[in-house]
Ligand binder design. Sequence first.
Ligand code: NAD
Length: 245
Amino acid sequence: MSELAGQVAVVTGAGRGIGRAVAKRIAREGALVVCTDVMDPSETVEIISKDGGAAEGMVFDVTSAEAVDDAVKSIHERHGRIDILVNNAGITRDQLLVRMKPEEWRQVLAINLDGAFTMTQPVARIMMRQRSGRIVGISSVVGLMGNAGQCNYAASKAGLIGFTKSLARELGSRGVTVNAVAPGYIQTPMTDKLTDAQREALLRSLAIPRLGTPEDIAEAVAFLVGPGGSYITGTVLNVSGGLYT
Ligand code: NAD
């Protein structure tokens, strides 16, 4: 498969979990994938290389505007273009609102929402000049339906959806699409913390009674950034096994 041959993709939070699966899937389509993370993403790069794909790793924090600007500049200088941006880096700091520390609120908003702004701004400028590009944000069904214990996380993911819909309207005439994918519960280090009882209750609430896989999300992203996604912008693709319909 080579739907994305010659394209340059940037995936944040690509060191593990959903970001790694997305990076692998896009690389399989022939794109060169810059795997970025605040921790060392070299394992993802090695996996892609062994698979015959093209990838490189970069370490930076999406909350540092200076580091992000330097990274985007250097990617653009090295490769001459950026065709795909996947804003995937994200964290949870779950707590009931009445017990939530301001720091837990701020950290989640800073990485999940401000991080997407910081990454997207310099990349959008490049894509506008190219008159082509695909931007995908990894939101969550929690941003659509809410979830007790996740006011901070839900606010960040709902914010990302508003950001997506607005930016889609700003960039559509420049050949750039902007969409979000809203995963349900996906088996990754982020959800490994669920107790057996929580897991069983969760499975009962799904239309398709299994946890999602990072690959399920990667397929949705690959569709949106591929040729089939060319007339889709400002949407939220719900990939949750029917957790929220
Ligand atoms: P994960 O914790 O396995 O991976 C997140 C990655 O983001 C990590 O590699 C981490 O190092 C990186 N990261 C964290 N802070 C960063 C920062 N400041 N700068 C750069 N990178 C940073 O989580 P995951 O489950 O793979 O989640 C990926 C995305 O999918 C997140 O945005 C998450 O909110 C979203 N999501 C996950 C689920 C799920 O069930 N796992 C459900 C809905 C949405």
